[in-house]
Design a protein around this ligand. Structure first.
Ligand code: SAH
Length: 345
């Protein structure tokens, strides 16, 4: 059975018209689903027999809280959700002065193989549906009782490797009759899939695209990120320029600081050279140590930042939230599911 919640309002309209129902029924059901209804039974403004008919044809996805951890340091909440097929994904709720941000996952696992990342260690199990991505925002809001104003697609998975479902999720979460979260309040982070960056550019969305760069030279980037081996930094930067030309939105670059790998003065200079004149912004991320990895956090974050700034680049250093609750990068899922095959069929 298909999950009705992954459908756009227009598609739902077609479903209801095929059932001989008036168009406003689609709007009613859409609103219920986007308020977090978990059954047709509770849709009290629908005729009883229609509710029964819908339940026979459709399912409504909803995750269960498998684990929940609240940081004593800063109130960050990390959810491990169990999906309907038994797989688990993580979502993090971060509280900032300017509002609440949720970090959502886009896949169960990841196939990109970045050397520093815990999410990719067991490979990719499957893509998430649009409803399963939306559910992370919806049920984080419902469980925490707090409104979410910003979304970052920086959880488990590579969003552009699940392009259609992610785009559908963006349409749904942005919908005025749904959660109505503005595109400018959404960031999407990618390891740099060039063709997909070009494809995304065609939609001209006003979201913020973040590119995980992590190294300015091919030798280092290919060592850290296998995706770079077939592409290279120059082609990636060219795709970023095309994206900016097409959408008018500046790209932000993420750079995880790794001891003696990508934190030298020479690399800061190369990075500054790559970004000169683009108006782009660099977000330096103190590396989260992943048990299975020999890579260590850099001790040169401030020097690296200063060197970039001296060369005219705007730099922020990511504040570490939820350090006491494994609030990053697939670590909780890994701990909960064990290091073996992470599939649950
Ligand atoms: N697949 C997407 C989004 C997921 S990860 C991407 O690659 O951008 C979100 C960010 O966290 C990425 O910049 C990723 O490279 C970074 N990241 C992953 N593991 C990390 C770690 N151990 N320490 C610091 N940053 C990490």
């Amino acid at each position: 059975m298909t999950d009705l919640k992954s459908m756009t309002l227009e598609e739902m309209g077609e479903v209801f018209s095929a059932l001989g129902q008036p168009a406003f029924r689609a709007r009613q059901v859409f609103a219920w689903l986007h308020r977090g209804a978990v059954s047709f039974e509770e849709m009290s403004d629908l005729p009883k027999d229609l509710r029964r008919e819908l339940a026979q044809r459709w399912v409504i996805s909803h995750p269960e809280v498998e684990r929940k951890q609240v940081s004593r340091e800063d109130g960050t909440v990390k959810y491990l959700w169990r999906l309907s097929d038994g797989n688990c994904v993580e979502t993090v709720l971060m509280r900032y002065r300017h509002g609440n941000t949720v970090c959502v996952s886009s896949q169960v696992g990841c196939r990109m193989g970045c050397a520093f990342c815990a999410s990719t260690l067991g490979g990719k199990v499957r893509d998430l549906t649009a409803a399963e991505i939306l559910d992370q925002v919806l049920f984080t809001q419902l469980d925490s009782g707090e409104a979410v104003s910003n979304i970052v697609m920086m959880g488990i998975g590579e969003p552009l490797d699940n392009f259609d479902n992610v785009l559908r999720f963006l349409t749904l979460v942005n919908h005025p009759q749904g959660l109505n979260i503005g595109m400018r309040h959404i960031s999407l982070s990618t390891c740099g899939l060039i063709e997909k960056i070009d494809k995304l550019a065609e939609y001209g969305l006003q979201l913020t695209l973040s590119v995980s760069l992590h190294a300015p030279d091919d030798a280092t980037r290919s060592r850290l990120m296998p995706v770079n081996r077939s592409v290279g930094v120059d082609k990636l930067m060219a795709a970023c320029r095309r994206y900016f030309d097409r959408t008018g939105r500046r790209i932000s670059f993420e750079y995880a600081m790794i001891d003696s790998v990508n934190d030298s003065d020479a690399q800061a200079d190369l990075l500054a050279g790559l970004l000169a004149g683009t108006g782009s912004h660099v977000n330096l991320i103190p590396l989260n140590h992943v048990e299975e990895s020999p890579l260590k956090p850099s001790r040169r974050v401030r020097q690296f930042q200063r060197r970039l700034e001296e060369r005219g680049i705007t730099v922020t250093v990511r504040r570490k939230l939820g350090g006491d609750i494994d609030a990053s990068c697939g670590q909780l899922r890994r701990r909960a599911m064990g290091p073996g095959p992470q599939e649950r069929k």
